[in-house]
Write a new protein. Structure first.
Lengths: 216, 216
């Protein structure tokens, strides 16, 4: 079920420190085609023929690797989520305190978003997947794993007094992740801000949002 | 060019204090149909025939009121933006300090979002509009007006010492608005949190994010 040209993306193999890298994820050609098509026309505005044609592969080839259009979308979603999950694991491992860990994690999420804005925005197409699609459930499981990692950082920060969050910490986490996700709607690589600048600024705003006291 | 059933939404007429109201905006039947269709299938996955059929009107009737599918999307976008803009004006006028004004503004934006999640999420379809579409430019102008209102609150708060934002205040504003916008992807009316609870919690998180010192 997998070749370099059309199969599933390879397992994530980031080394520690790689969480600050900026290169876009390497995707198989069919997933690049699907990403472009979904970005331009949305899930329902794209046919599986469009994807095959953009990728320069035959329909039978495409169907050999993916059950249907939903399967292609899931493969894209999983590629992006797998990459950001690996980054977030490494970013948290690289911090000594909850504040450092949260700051690193937000930085790497922003860098992931800005490295491939189209891939990052494909997550919005999730709502078009059937809720009983087992691949959707796998993707949602990965997303929950990432949220749990970050919720754990918040909870440890609250317990240690690093963070002052009077209300629901999970809701504050949704707030932070929402702010990061929306970067795909306004960030432009040819604009005045580099990805690193936005990453650092979003990390600082996130620390304030969780009531972290400045280290200075 | 306008009737109660199919025309443009009426001018916003909120009274002061209305910014805390929760009722969804009243939309003409064709825009309700378009909202549902765009939400289910996206802009490119929806035909103008789908919209006419859902609304129970003829195609000539639809074309009498709207030039094309882009015109219908713009009318929807403008209806939502006009409503939230009126709310934000009233919310800011109802606050005495930059902290109160920001808190009120975030509350009303969250209440706007949760009152009609589908309408609030239609903003994502903006990228499918031609950039030289004059209606798009009008909508973007309204959005800029709202951002300018909020940027003015931030700048006054920085000047008065109410807010501590070391970096780019406009980028922090994008952060806050992004967090609010993403509510459409996770909020469920049948979930454990009421819109008012989310609004208050998001306002408090936003105040922390701009470095506002608690009034207590």
């Amino acid at each position: 079920m997998s070749t370099a040209a059309t199969g599933e993306p390879g397992a994530a193999t980031s080394a520690p420190g790689d969480w600050r890298k900026l290169e876009p994820l390497h995707l198989p050609i069919t997933l690049v085609a699907a990403k472009d098509a979904f970005h331009e026309r949305g899930f329902h505005g794209t046919s599986i023929r469009d994807i095959a044609s953009r990728a320069g592969v035959s329909l039978p080839t495409l169907y050999y690797h993916h059950d249907n259009k939903q399967g292609i979308l899931v493969a894209l979603l999983e590629a992006g989520m797998s990459s950001v999950l690996t980054r977030v694991h490494a970013a948290i491992a690289d911090g000594d305190t909850p504040s450092e860990q949260l700051s690193n994690a937000i930085e790497t999420i922003v860098l992931h978003m800005t490295a491939d804005l189209q891939l990052a925005s494909v997550g919005r197409e999730l709502r078009y997947l059937d809720t009983d699609n087992p691949h959707r459930q796998h993707y949602v499981g990965m997303r929950t794993e990432m949220e749990d990692l970050l919720a754990d950082v918040l909870e440890r920060g609250i317990a240690s007094g690093d963070f002052q969050i009077p209300g629901d910490a999970r809701e504050v986490l949704r707030y932070l992740l929402g702010a990061c996700q929306e970067i795909t709607t306004w960030y432009r690589p040819d604009g005045p801000r580099t990805p690193e600048q936005v990453a650092v600024s979003y990390a600082a705003t996130s620390l304030r949002a969780v009531g972290s006291r400045p280290a200075t």
